[in-house]
Design a protein around this ligand. Sequence first.
Ligand code: ADP
Ligand code: ASP
Ligand code: MG
Length: 429
Amino acid sequence: MTRADTNRLVMKFGGTSMADLERIRRAARIVAAEAARGKKVAVVVSAMAGKTNELVAWTDGVGAAAPGLYGDGVLSDDEYDVVVASGEQVTSGLLALTLRNMGLKARSWMGWQIPILTDDAHGRARIEEVPGDALGAALDAGEIAIVPGFQGVTRDGRITTLGRGGSDTSAVAVAAALGAPCDIYTDVDGVYTTDPRIQSRARRLEKVSYEEMLEMASLGAKVLQTRSVELAMHKRVPVRVLSSFIEPDENGNLPQHAGTLICDEDEIVEKRIVSGVTMSRDEARITLLGLSDRTDAPADVFTRLAEAEVNVDMIVQSQARTEGAVNLTFTTGRRDARRAAELMTAAKAEIGFEELRVDDDVAKVSVIGVGMRSHAGVAQTMFRALADKGVKFQAISTSEIKISVLIDSDYAELAVRALHAAYGLDAED
Ligand code: ADP
Ligand code: ASP
Ligand code: MG
């Protein structure tokens, strides 16, 4: 954080927490409770639940492909962002009006008014700079600032959006600019050992390290956008994930609500080997059958993919039936798969392979925990648990603090539950 101000606070409310006027009123009461205890508050809001999907569908309806979504490398239409950024404008105005009607001083600040400066990668823009002075001065003057999440502006004045789930990143960026901590209010009361929608025995984590949260987010736990965790880790912003399903009491005080704190590893006393299990269906598997066993053939494949900015995750090479040939399998995000397949097919003769297969009926299931650095047997537990359920894995990738396996997508939820139990994460009855 640039300058810690313990009196400043950024609060973010997600789509479900802003879904209708009653929810907006409840969010306003939570904001008012923080203001009443002396906090200088900036609030970052999402569009009403479902709104962004509707706006995206409208842009599809007039023929504008969401940038990058189809992996064609075309940076699309800045007008896509003009449409999809509007959902957050509506909720920020509504929340400001609600707070004013409660007798509080509040105003909305559009992305371009702060400004939240981004690059020009429309539909998935990255924040470059957020000057906190004007916003900070408004807070210091006793006004609650309401900021639409998800939206930014390029240096030449065009509206951008930060990619789906991007309001989390807006909130952390505003918190960093204000030197404030960031409370993320959502429809669960914290970060759980796995998605509570998949495993009802998932447990809330009191604290989780930035590093673990970063892996969890990027491996499928959509409770926070990956970039928001990256930014929080980089700028050292303390982030809490909290439930918005709470009510201040008759004196306007918020009930005790612990949530989950995302913080430095050394602030965590409880030592766990595995902190979380995640699942992602955003995967595709591409196999080049009968690839020449020339030593530089894989290098040729991965250079072409890298040059086209296709991220490859897992890689497996096995012996092919034909003499002098191998099968090379790799995974990419689903949206990059088509582009990867086209690139390979276009260079088939130069690379030298017989057949290409693309399969997106796959899922990646991962276990994450900083305790893996110092414990043996973590992988063995994973393979035993999967084998006991008859789940076959097709590829593996590891880092210092995670192990991921690629499996048939039909088994994804079964695998999550099996691993959750195997690492002793299930809550007792
Ligand atoms: P918001 O609209 O507030 O941004 P999201 O829908 O983006 O909320 O994120 C909250 C959802 O994330 C939860 O409803 C939950 O189903 C899902 N989720 C996935 N993994 C986890 C996890 N490990 N802990 C908590 N929630 C999780
Ligand atoms: N409204 C945007 C979305 O649905 C951003 C967000 O909610 O974080 O992706
Ligand atoms: Mg979200």
